[in-house]
Design a protein around this ligand. Structure first.
Ligand SMILES: Nc1ncnc2c1ncn2[C@@H]1O[C@H](COP(=O)(O)OP(=O)(O)OP(=O)(O)O)[C@@H](O)[C@H]1O
Ligand SMILES: [Mg+2]
Length: 354
């Protein structure tokens, strides 16, 4: 069995880890785990407390008994810019050559301060135009994450983007929807990412810099609750304890604001004349909330399905922690997508391109 990269989804709330092996097209799950990060370790995708991340990573690696070193990570918030553009059809070498020039027009960052990458999509034979996705990621942020990952004893070989990692998981787990247009939405603590996927290609992607932490904040502020209590009320983790009547109202108000913003981002592509959405798939910790999923589904006007990243796994290593697998669920979607990446060194490729 060929080993793939270790998928590490370093979120602002929790680090999620998935390791897979591959035989032919079949995937085996080798390791899975998740560990919370201390508050303020990562804020607005900036690594503020590298030591806290390193020790969390070390603890997670020890707990999951991972020995693999090659790792894929992802960014997708304000440290990255993803642009979907159309260009006259050209070869990869030609695009590579004109990359900096194209990027200047579309990327609102100083190009000396970013790593650049691109993905070539479909070519329309009638217009001879091709879809291209340009990605720029701030060097300082990428370098900080990679340094922390190295200090934890790993070797970062792929830096992907969050919506692409989500899309990757969705395509593997739901091949029966290949021909349909799906919005694949990951709902995190401070960041929600959207990928509109059709026939294995990401047609459109967006990020909303808000997430489930906003609901906890609203409960803390409006009902004067400590963090742990607000988080427990939000996640329904209260056992037989009584939940104050106001909790529901505050949660509905705060999620209403997120849902409205998400709706316009999810539907933006279709509203701009793009192909209409047929499916809605949700992942991330906040997708554990039935109320939130139903409310997004209602706004978007489609049924919502929670992603089961592990649905199409052919087999499982006997050492996989079943409790960890059950608890990670849809929250493991991005780590799963990253774990599918081969150890192609795209970061190095982008450094060489500079
Ligand atoms: N049942 C639930 N209902 C609502 N929210 C939940 C539930 N379970 C977990 N969450 C929330 O999900 C969030 C964590 O999800 P996730 O691990 O996807 O975030 P993250 O990747 O660390 O953050 P981000 O991607 O935003 O940086 C937390 O805010 C947590 O409170
Ligand atoms: Mg996340």
């Amino acid at each position: 069995m060929a080993k793939l990269s270790l998928g590490l989804d370093i979120g602002s709330h929790q680090v999620k880890l998935v390791a897979l092996s591959q035989k032919g097209r079949k995937l085996r799950l080798d390791h899975v785990g998740m560990m919370p990060l201390p508050a303020e370790t990562i804020v607005d995708e900036e690594l503020l407390n590298s030591a806290a991340l390193v020790s969390t990573l070390r603890e997670l690696l020890a707990k999951t008994q991972v020995r693999r070193r090659e790792t894929a990570i992802a960014l997708g918030g304000r440290a990255t810019i993803i642009r979907h553009i159309r260009l006259p059809a050209m070869s990869e070498a030609e695009l590579e050559e004109s990359l900096a020039w194209e990027a200047k027009q579309y990327i609102p960052f100083d190009l000396d301060e970013v790593y650049l990458d691109f993905h070539m999509g479909n070519i329309d034979p009638e217009t001879e135009q091709m879809d291209v996705i340009l990605v720029a990621a701030k060097r300082t942020v990428v370098d900080d994450y990679c340094a922390a990952v190295r200090l934890a004893g790993l070797r970062p070989v792929v830096v992907d983007t969050l919506p692409f990692a989500s899309a990757n998981t969705y395509c593997h787990a739901y091949p029966e929807h290949f021909d349909e247009v799906a919005a694949v939405v990951d709902l995190g603590a401070h960041l929600c990412t959207i990928a509109v996927v059709h026939r294995g290609e990401v047609l459109y992607s967006r990020a909303l810099e808000q997430g489930s932490a906003k609901l906890t904040d609203a409960l803390q502020r409006q009902l004067a609750l400590p963090y742990a209590q607000a988080e427990a009320f939000k996640t329904g983790d209260v056992g037989d304890g009584l939940v104050p009547a106001d909790v529901q109202r505050v949660l509905e108000e705060a999620s209403g604001e997120i849902v409205t913003e998400l709706r316009s981002l999810i539907n933006h592509h279709a509203d701009q004349g793009g192909v209409a959405l047929e499916r809605l798939f949700l992942s991330g910790g906040a997708a554990n909330s039935d109320a939130l999923c139903m409310s997004i589904a209602r706004e978007v006007g489609l049924d919502a399905a929670r992603i089961d990243p592990f649905r199409s796994i052919a087999s499982m290593h006997r050492g996989v922690d079943k409790a960890a697998l059950a608890s990670i669920g849809c929250q493991g979607s991005i780590a799963f997508g990253l774990a599918q990446r081969s150890t192609l060194d795209r970061l190095q490729a982008s450094k060489d391109r500079k």
